[in-house]
Design a protein around this ligand. Structure first.
Ligand code: UDP
Ligand code: MG
Length: 315
């Protein structure tokens, strides 16, 4: 049995050597064959040079380096395409995903699970982040079809058939959390204590997180569009009722109908609602635009791995 470890790396020069040392030590303990697939996501630092050195010293290591930063989703996709293992583990390069847990994942895989998810606790996170995360997951699980769980990220083991299923999903906008959940198969989750990033810094700014959250909302179905329709209908009926009431009052009291402020607020509020709905529609149109262009998810600038053995089906 072959185990593949897929590692997306973006500007990880400070920690990549330590990561490699740590992970190979753990893998050696497993007594299974393994390979490492590093994906350099267009780093601006020495990550690629370090990966080349690692690969030169360790024949079980392959790397794929992108022509620019394409994002972690693309990096994971490339890693999965290049991974040949019967079981594939996706792992961050910053040691926030403890390599010790691969052992436990493998045991569960051997018990017959196709997806083994390591779910992190939110220990050590800022309160604001914990609270927003909780609110977000509450909301998103009411809107999308797949179930998304807080703390469940990309740290997981996938069986061969799960990987193949994921590679068969050809969408351009890839929201992995959702794709993994969509694929299904026998899934199990265990918890581990969150580790604080030791070196380098998180690549997630607030803005990036916000966009990521919006992606999750919009990637899976058209419920936001549906919601827009309902909100529109609701507002329309409120406005109609109000109109009837105003006319009634005018008829009873004569024609004195003050209401400059009411008018202004109503117009502005409606304009706002319309903008939001237009935005929602625009988001979907934008997505279609990206999908129909059929651009590749990433471009490879350097690799020691050859072309991906498992190309995605793009038909
Ligand atoms: N990463 C990547 N491309 C990016 C951003 C991040 O490949 O554009 C990698 C990064 O090198 C790391 C993993 O994705 O291995 C998780 O990133 P990070 O630690 O910044 O995220 P966090 O742990 O804060 O969620
Ligand atoms: Mg991290």
């Amino acid at each position: 049995m072959l185990i593949s470890i897929v590692v997306p790396c973006f500007n990880e020069e400070e920690i990549i050597d330590r990561f490699h040392e740590h992970v190979t030590k753990e893998l050696a303990l497993l007594g299974q064959e393994y390979e490492l697939v590093y994906v350099d996501d267009g780093s601006h630092d020495r990550t690629l040079a370090l990966l080349e050195a690692i690969a030169a010293a360790d024949s079980r290591t392959r790397y794929v380096s992108f022509s620019r930063n394409f994002g972690k989703e693309a990096a994971m996709l490339a890693g999965l395409q290049h991974a040949g293992g019967d079981a594939v583990v996706i792992m961050d390069a910053d040691l926030q995903h403890p390599p010790e847990l691969v052992h436990r994942m493998l045991r569960l895989y051997e018990e017959g699970f196709d997806q083994v998810i390591a779910r992190r606790t939110r220990k050590g996170d800022r309160v604001t982040r914990t609270v927003t995360a909780r609110a977000y997951y509450w909301l998103i699980n009411r809107l999308v079809d797949v179930e998304l769980v807080d703390g469940v990220g990309d740290f997981r083991l996938l069986s061969r058939r799960t990987v193949d299923a994921i590679l068969g999903l050809s969408e351009y906008n890839r929201f992995s959390k959702g794709l993994f959940a969509w694929v299904g198969f026998r899934t199990t989750t265990f918890e581990y204590e969150n580790a604080v990033r030791e070196q380098g810094r998180s690549k997630w700014s607030f803005g990036k997180l916000l966009n990521y959250g919006l992606d999750g909302l919009l990637s899976f179905n058209n419920k936001p569009l549906r919601a827009a329709v309902y909100i529109g209908l609701l507002l329309l009926s409120v406005a109609m009722a109000y109109a009837v009431w105003i006319v009634g009052v005018a008829l009873v009291n004569g024609v004195d109908t003050p209401g400059y402020v009411t008018l202004l607020v109503t117009v502005v509020a409606l304009a706002g609602v319309q903008m939001v709905m237009l935005g929602v529609v625009g988001e979907y149109v934008g997505r279609i635009y990206y999908e129909v262009k059929r651009r590749p998810h990433y471009l490879v600038a350097a690799t020691n791995a050859g072309p991906p053995p498992r190309q995605q089906h793009r038909t």
